[in-house]
Design a protein around this ligand. Structure first.
Ligand SMILES: Nc1ncnc2c1ncn2[C@@H]1O[C@H](COP(=O)(O)OP(=O)(O)OP(=O)(O)O)[C@@H](O)[C@H]1O
Ligand SMILES: [Mg+2]
Length: 263
């Protein structure tokens, strides 16, 4: 089991406020790993450090055995690390399909996504990208709004568009920050199926922040829990969601975290 991502003893201050205190975590290649914790725990900050948006004050980030600490986001992108944002970053005055076509290719070589969507396709680059964009839109359920301006999409649809943009390149690891927030239950279930399919069939690694515990327990092989800037525990969804420390952090005790599967 190889770790595609390793975070070692990362600390991050915003001024005098310590948002992350010496946190470590690992993501095994080919898995779906989760990062959970109450609001303000430092989860998005952790993603920002991993994705090269913030520089940590101390600690290291290792991607595929390469120390990438402090590399800017576009370099992380070229290493095959992609992320979505808690607040979607769509180009609002650009049509949905063109939002996908604006993603720059990150690397040459075998195109994993094409392998899934169109196994034997060979077309000129531009037509190929367009075809791929159309198939991704189909896959994420946004075909019907492909010519809509992205700014007109619902909050949930913008999240799906963010996922679609990551699929335009050949990501090695995709970080999803609260993809489920604002997405309705049916769409969320479809999304979970799609993430599972991308993971199982293309061996794509996912690292996801999510407050929906059904989503977490349905998808994740492994979950890390942060509370107030500290890493409190790690394990299977079953283990961590029944961990008294985790229950206490979310509910102040007395209640079990709901772990049932969505229907
Ligand atoms: N750029 C920033 N400057 C100052 N403080 C920040 C900044 N970004 C985050 N923080 C603070 O750091 C703490 C952790 O924030 P973060 O966004 O990482 O939490 P989170 O776990 O993602 O929470 P949520 O579940 O609400 O998204 C919070 O107290 C937040 O206000
Ligand atoms: Mg957050």
């Amino acid at each position: 089991m190889t770790n595609i991502l390793e975070v070692d003893n990362v600390t991050k201050y915003f001024g005098a406020f310590r948002a992350i205190n010496s946190c470590s975590l690992q993501v095994t290649a080919g898995t779906i790993s989760g990062l959970i914790g109450p609001n303000g725990a430092g989860k998005s900050t952790m993603f920002n450090i991993v994705a090269g948006v913030h520089l940590p004050d101390s600690g290291t980030v290792t991607l595929n055995s390469t120390d990438v600490t402090g590399l800017p986001a576009h370099r992380m992108f070229h290493y095959g690390l992609l992320r979505t944002f808690q607040i979607p970053h769509e180009f609002s005055n650009v049509r949905v399909i063109n939002n996908l076509l604006m993603v720059p290719p990150n690397q040459s070589g075998e195109n994993l996504v094409t392998a899934l969507f169109r196994p034997s396709a060979f077309k000129p680059q531009e037509e190929n990208m367009r075809q791929k964009a159309l198939e991704i839109l189909e896959f994420i359920g946004l075909s019907h709004v492909k010519y809509e301006l992205a700014g007109n999409l619902s909050g949930g649809q913008k999240k799906l568009l963010e996922l679609g943009r990551t699929l335009m390149v050949d990501p090695k690891i995709v970080l999803l920050d609260e993809l489920g927030a604002g997405v309705n239950r049916t769409l969320l279930s479809t999304l979970a199926d799609n993430i599972k399919k991308l993971n199982e069939e293309l061996k794509m690694t996912f690292f996801i922040i999510e407050h929906n515990m059904e989503f977490i327990s349905r998808l994740c092989h492994d979950v890390s829990v942060m509370v107030e800037g500290e890493m409190v525990t790690n394990g299977s969804p079953e283990q961590v969601l029944n961990d008294p420390q985790v229950v206490e952090a979310y509910f102040g005790g007395g209640k079990r975290v709901q772990t049932s599967q969505p229907g």
